[in-house]
Design a protein around this ligand. Structure first.
Ligand code: 8YV
Length: 329
């Protein structure tokens, strides 16, 4: 029977799925509700056949070496898998799975929270109120920029980008997007979305929401030049991965009022946040909460478990990101 390492306690129904499929004795659960220390991880992964991993676990050559040749699958409980060196896994025949779809709407909701929160200065306004600075109503007090009727730009028009675009209909927005490939025409029509090049996206977006995966092509794609190209009234929202945005350049652009505001759920070096960003009043900062609802986190855990169960029952895991390692490719 396959032996599975689970790197952190996750939703009970998912653990139950694993116990039912593999037997309680086959599950090695790191019981503490904290990131498993690297040494402990490397020690416990030795001799395992499968791993249920979180974003906090770096799955690289060292990890795979420590696991040994028996390791066959790493099931990541996240849609993003930039914590995993996939080519290294593929080379060793280790399958990698992720958890798409189940978190799409939850993450899109959060992106919209940041769109409105940053445009209307929620965080700054709450700090103002809690600090006892609210003495009187004033016609200019904490004015922001409108969202309704504006142009929403989406960088990365995958599942989450499209879910964000769908919500824009209710806000009477024009939607433009930049993506490697063009969406099918009927999808574009349904979303009322137009594909543009990156310079147009930067120049015309009132709100720019980032939804591309992190990779060589997107690392630092939004830097000083990009912020200069944006409108001074523009709002940037990032719920994808921190390193897509050059944080130093963003902080300088926010302080210099080159753009109006930003809403960030992800950072270059989580959990640390750039000191200059913390100086900016015009940024709403969240600690990576995109998929953080009870229901969605449970569905993500169940999806990761289902991938492990399918794989070891000889079926194709539904969410394999390197299918070339599976039999039949
Ligand atoms: C999670 C995420 O909050 O799925 C992802 O890629 O970034 C978020 O959904 C987190 O990464 C869970 O591990």
């Amino acid at each position: 029977m396959a032996r599975i390492l689970v790197t952190r306690p996750v939703a009970e129904p998912a653990l139950e799925m694993l116990r039912n499929a593999f037997g309680a004795d086959a599950i090695d659960l790191y019981e503490e509700d904290a990131i498993i220390p690297r040494e402990e991880l490397l020690r416990r992964v030795a001799g395992k056949d499968g791993v249920f991993a979180l974003l906090s676990e770096k799955v690289d050559a060292e990890f795979l070496e420590a696991a040994g040749p028996g390791l066959r699958i790493v099931a990541n409980m996240a849609v993003g898998y930039d914590n995993i060196t996939v080519p290294e896994c593929s080379q060793r025949g280790v399958a990698v799975t992720n958890t798409p779809d189940v978190l799409t709407e939850t993450t899109a909701d959060l992106a919209w929270g940041l769109i409105i929160g940053a445009s209307r200065r929620f965080a700054e306004a709450e700090r103002f109120l809690r600090n006892g600075e609210w003495k009187e109503w004033s016609p200019t007090l904490l004015c922001g920029v409108d969202v309704y009727g504006k142009t929403l730009g989406i960088l990365g028009m995958g599942r989450i980008g499209q879910a964000v675009a769908r919500r824009a209909t209710g806000f009477g927005m024009r939607v433009i997007y930049h993506n490697r490939s063009r969406l099918p025409e009927d999808t574009e029509r349904a979303l009322n979305a137009e594909r543009v090049d990156l310079p147009t996206l930067l120049a015309e977006s009132d709100i720019l929401s980032v939804h591309c995966p992190l990779g060589d092509a997107t690392h630092g794609i939004l830097g000083a030049e990009a912020f200069k190209a944006m409108k001074p009234t523009a709002v940037l929202v990032n719920t994808s991965r921190g390193p897509v945005v050059d944080e130093t350049a963003l902080a300088e652009a926010l302080l210099a009022k080159e753009i109006f505001a930003a809403g960030l759920d992800v950072f270059e070096r989580e959990p640390s946040v750039h000191a200059r960003l913390l100086e900016c009043d015009n940024v709403v900062l969240l600690p990576h909460l995109g998929s953080a609802t009870y229901a969605t986190r449970q569905r993500m855990a169940e999806t990761a478990a289902a991938n492990l169960v399918a794989f070891f029952s000889g079926k194709r895991p539904p969410n394999c990101v390197n299918p070339e390692v599976l039999q039949g490719g």
